[in-house]
Each structure stands twice: as structure tokens, then as C-alpha cells.
Design a protein around this ligand. Structure first.
Ligand SMILES: C[S@@+](CC[C@H](N)C(=O)[O-])C[C@H]1O[C@@H](n2cnc3c(N)ncnc32)[C@H](O)[C@@H]1O
Length: 223
């Protein structure tokens, strides 16, 4: 069986060092949602967006495929209901709105899985709000890029490679006091305009006033 993405070490690092993306999109997401309602969040990670949703008065079911991420969300957003939910096969509960940030749908294994999951998410609520990586993400990042980050008790080496026009691979080596672990993440890049037309969603450049990195798009579906 495939190892889940974001096991304990990387889940902690992601939450500690990379929550700023969710913070930056939160005002736009909250404004799109409007009045307090029932929200199912997919790929909630460590709850970086969840806490903003709860603070805005929404009743949130926060879900993710990674048990380590859900453990962190229990601390970050104790008001949310926490559930394990792995796309594309687990059912998405019916709700008012479905939200996912941090390009959750790009982690799926095939274009069919991405489309199937977006359709299910759009059907589960009156509104779907999500971000997604477009094929153009690869145009501006054709060469492999090395990153290094460190924090309290950890170091992270990342190598991002565009392995194919529709596939970015992130090889990560994580060092903590307990030892060294590795994760390899594959993100599928999709033709967002094409998939949006199949799902019945609108494409935007941002959730609100924030500026997203190149190649990121926002999908909005409502009925
Ligand atoms: C880049 S992180 C974003 C986390 C969080 N939303 C944020 O913005 O900080 C992507 C999240 O998607 C989750 N994820 C990846 N594949 C998934 C799948 N098949 N089903 C549900 N969640 C998945 C990961 O576990 C991870 O928490």
C-alpha cells in the first residue's frame, strides 16, 4: 500500500513553517463563503485554514487523508469536527460549502481521479471553493529547484522536478533528532480551463485580494 503523504515529521514541519499560504488566502475564502454555514474542508492539513473558518463562525468538518495532519488539527482547531477522508474514494458529507486550499486535488493519482473528486466535491455542497495547479505551473519552473528550510529541531531538503509537462515531483529529506525520513510527493498538473468546464466551475486568479503564485488558479462551483 502507498505510504500516506505527510507522515508525522513532515506534517509537523508543514504546519510550523508553511501555514502562511492558508493565512494569506483565508480572508478571500471567508468572504466567498459569506454568512456562517456548514463547511466540509478537504485536505485540511494541520488546520491552518480551519482555524480561520471556525473564527468566522462556520461549523466545520475538517478532513484529510493524513492521520498525522488530523492530529495537529485537533490542537489547532478544537472546535472543528475532525474526520479522516481520502479522495477520491471516500464519500464527502453533504454540506453547505466544500473548501480545499493548498492544491489538495493535485495530489491525486490521475486526471480521472481529479475530475471525479471535483465533481463529488461540487455535488456535496451548494458551493465549492478550491485552488488548483494549472499546466502553466510547469512553464515557469522547467528546471529542478533545490530548497532548504530549517526550524526548531528539524531540517528539510526539497528537490522539485518537473518530471513531465503534467507532473511535478517533490523529493523531501527530513532530519529530526529522531533520525532521517523521506517523502516523495507527486503533483499532477491539469488543464484547469478544461477541467472547470467539465465540472461546471468558474476559474479565477485568486480567492480575494491575495496574489497567488504563478500557475495557481481558483475554482468556484455553485448551484
Ligand atoms: C499542501 S497540503 C495543504 C494543507 C492545508 N490545506 C494548508 O493549506 O495548510 C495538502 C494536503 O492535502 C492532503 N491530501 C493529499 N492527498 C489527499 C487525498 N487523496 N485525500 C485527502 N487529502 C489529501 C495532504 O495530507 C495535505 O494535508
Amino acid at each position: 500500500m502507498k505510504e500516506p503523504y505527510y507522515r508525522m515529521d513532515l506534517a509537523r514541519i508543514h504546519h510550523e513553517a508553511f501555514g502562511d499560504y492558508a493565512d494569506s488566502v483565508a480572508p478571500g475564502v471567508v468572504s466567498l463563503l459569506g454568512a456562517p454555514c456548514n463547511v466540509v474542508e478537504l485536505g485540511c492539513g494541520g488546520g491552518a485554514l480551519t482555524r480561520h473558518l471556525v473564527a468566522a463562525g462556520h461549523r466545520v468538518i475538517a478532513t484529510d487523508a493524513s492521520p498525522a495532519m488530523l492530529d495537529i488539527t485537533r490542537q489547532t482547531a478544537p472546535e472543528a469536527e475532525i474526520r479522516a477522508l481520502e479522495l477520491p474514494n471516500d464519500p464527502i458529507p453533504n454540506t453547505d460549502a466544500v473548501v480545499a486550499v493548498g492544491t489538495v486535488f493535485n495530489y491525486l493519482a490521475s486526471k480521472t481521479d481529479v475530475e471525479r473528486s471535483l465533481v463529488a466535491a461540487a455535488r456535496a455542497g451548494d458551493l465549492l471553493v478550491t485552488d488548483i495547479l494549472d499546466l502553466s505551473y510547469g512553464d515557469t519552473r522547467p528546471e529542478p529547484v533545490d530548497y532548504f528550510h530549517e526550524g526548531h529541531g528539524w531540517k528539510l531538503w526539497t528537490l522539485n522536478t518537473l518530471e513531465a509537462p503534467d507532473r511535478v515531483v517533490r523529493e523531501m529529506t527530513i532530519e529530526t533528532r529522531a533520525g532521517v525520513t523521506h517523502e516523495r510527493h507527486v503533483n499532477l498538473l491539469v488543464d484547469v480551463e478544461e477541467i472547470a468546464s467539465r465540472v461546471g466551475a468558474k476559474v479565477r486568479g485568486s480567492f480575494g485580494d491575495e496574489v497567488l503564485p504563478s500557475g495557481f488558479r481558483v475554482l468556484l462551483a455553485s448551484h
